[in-house]
Design a protein around this ligand. Structure first.
Ligand SMILES: *[C@@H]1O[C@H](CO)[C@@H](O)[C@H](O)[C@H]1NC(C)=O
Ligand SMILES: *[C@@H]1O[C@H](CO)[C@@H](O)[C@H](O)[C@H]1NC(C)=O
Ligand SMILES: *[C@@H]1O[C@H](CO)[C@@H](O)[C@H](O)[C@H]1NC(C)=O
Ligand SMILES: *[C@@H]1O[C@H](CO)[C@@H](O)[C@H](O)[C@H]1NC(C)=O
Length: 432
């Protein structure tokens, strides 16, 4: 029996509760959203083409289902004067949103739409504050299955009476909790009293009143103590400000969400924001981003032009171990850090988040183990069975490398892996 398995980890450059009907929203959503790839530059052909690409690239086969239109889909300066409805842009969507929905439904997809809990969206288009029922009814009639509801441009008088802690910009944090309450809501504040809660529950109720199941995805940037009420309001809730395709931003969100993981279970998922794989981050960074988003059971919304994605990036998005962990039908909880690594455990640090993660899976009673390397150069990292809460130390376990599929056989004590700079090594561990 090998007492310590050493392996050079080779990265080939090319190679390979809100409970809705029919289990909608029970698991994190898998899909695509137009914003990170195209911003406002969207149109019907591109959305329909994404559906065809999903099929051609095998993304449908591994479970990706929602194709979501983000901001800028409507006429900008007015609603329909008779019905008060938002009008689909006749240039960008010449056949209306209902045509896009019908087409995507025929291919087996779900369609998502976008609005804001304000008078205009973030890009200045008509939004739904005060028109919740009108808009929800229109979307239901058009065949929409999902709403992303943003937080831009609400009237001044709806500003909350006090602010929740936004940890990413603060240094006065203990375990992700603000210790400085100056200007902030008191620690025991009931955020269901906030205007933000009211703006978002009004839309929830409007959606629930429709004769169609529409998954509700909150995008209020983690404000107003949403972890406290998100699960009663929606299927997912953004837990931070927007992502962008920068390594520092991805790490900052990862660090922040690592303190919110006890809010993850079936029917309710903190949303670490849409994926930037394919948008200029390195392949190692793509692996870290996708593996940890999947392990945290965040919704996984691809955000790139699929015509341009590389084969290795596509393989990251299709990783069967990570997707099966994210979509586990029996285990609701996510993976969690079991050791920080560079910094002491429970250190809140936006550039050095927790490095050692594990979580249980119902698939072969397995355990997913991830080891993240925050440094720019390669580091050897050790998965030690004794340290991993899901395992009982001292035994042999069967280990598979989740990226290469390499079967490491039965291993005693643990595995050492060389993890490339900014990369994440992953092991699937089960019984011998
Ligand atoms: C969210 O609500 C659902 C449905 O009531 C419940 O099963 C789940 O445990 C809740 N999540 C958390 C983190 O409490
Ligand atoms: C942070 O939280 C962990 C787990 O709940 C706990 O063990 C640790 O003592 C906490 N640290 C501080 C400084 O409160
Ligand atoms: C984050 O952790 C790194 C590594 O320990 C340290 O060098 C850096 O100063 C920390 N940053 C902050 C803001 O504490
Ligand atoms: C699952 O694995 C754990 C430890 O890895 C073990 O204690 C438990 O007995 C296993 N359960 C089943 C049903 O095999």
């Amino acid at each position: 029996m090998i007492s310590r398995y050493s392996l050079l980890f080779v990265f080939l450059p090319f190679g390979a509760p809100l409970v809705l009907n029919n289990n909608v929203g029970k698991l994190p959503v898998l899909g695509w959203n137009s914003w990170n790839a195209y911003h406002c530059d969207i149109n019907e052909e591109q959305i329909l083409n994404t559906g065809r690409q999903f099929i051609d690239l095998g993304l449908t086969d591994v479970g990706y289902k929602y194709i979501n239109i983000d901001d800028c889909w409507s006429v900008k300066d007015h609603r329909d004067p008779v019905t008060n409805r938002i009008i689909p842009d006749p240039t960008r969507f010449p056949n209306g949103i209902s045509h896009t929905a019908r087409y995507l439904h025929e291919l087996g997809f779900k369609l998502g739409i976008y609005s804001s809990a304000g008078t205009t969206t973030c890009a200045g288009y008509p939004a739904s504050l005060g028109f919740e029922s009108v808009d929800a009814a229109a979307w239901a009639e058009w065949g929409v299955d999902y709403l992303k509801y943003d937080n831009c441009n609400f009237p001044q008088e709806l500003t909350d009476e006090c602010k929740a802690c936004v940890p990413e910009n603060r240094d006065d944090l203990v375990n992700g909790t603000c210790t400085n309450t100056n200007g902030l809501c008191p620690p025991d504040y009931d955020y269901t009293q906030s205007h933000t809660h009211a703006r978002y529950t009004t839309m929830r109720d409007a959606l629930l009143a429709q004769p169609r199941t529409i998954l509700y995805s909150l995008c209020e940037w983690g404000e107003a103590g949403v972890n406290q009420w998100g699960n009663d309001t929606a299927s997912s809730w953004r837990m931070s400000f927007d992502i962008d395709p920068s390594w520092s931003r991805i790490l900052s969100i990862l660090n922040q969400n690592s303190f919110y993981l006890h809010h993850v279970d079936f029917w309710g998922h903190p949303d670490a924001d849409m994926l930037e794989v394919g948008n200029g981050i390195s392949l190692a960074e793509s692996k870290t981003h996708f593996a940890l988003w999947a392990a945290m059971k965040s919704p996984l919304l691809i955000g790139t032009d699929l015509a341009k994605i590389s084969r290795p990036e596509l393989d990251v998005l299709k990783n069967k171990y990570l997707l099966s962990f994210n979509q586990d039908p029996v285990v609701g909880r996510p993976a969690m850090p079991y050791k920080w690594g560079t910094n002491p455990d429970w250190t809140f640090n936006a550039s050095f988040p927790a490095e050692f993660w594990s979580g249980p899976s119902s698939v072969s009673n397995g355990t997913l183990v991830l080891m993240f390397n925050p440094y720019a150069d390669g580091k050897t990292k050790s998965a030690v069975w004794d340290e991993i809460p899901e395992l009982k130390g001292g035994e042999s376990y069967h280990a598979v490398d989740i990226w290469s599929g390499l079967d490491l056989g039965c291993v005693e004590h643990g595995v050492d892996l060389l993890v490339e700079g900014h990369g994440t090594a992953g092991l699937w561990i089960d019984h011998c």
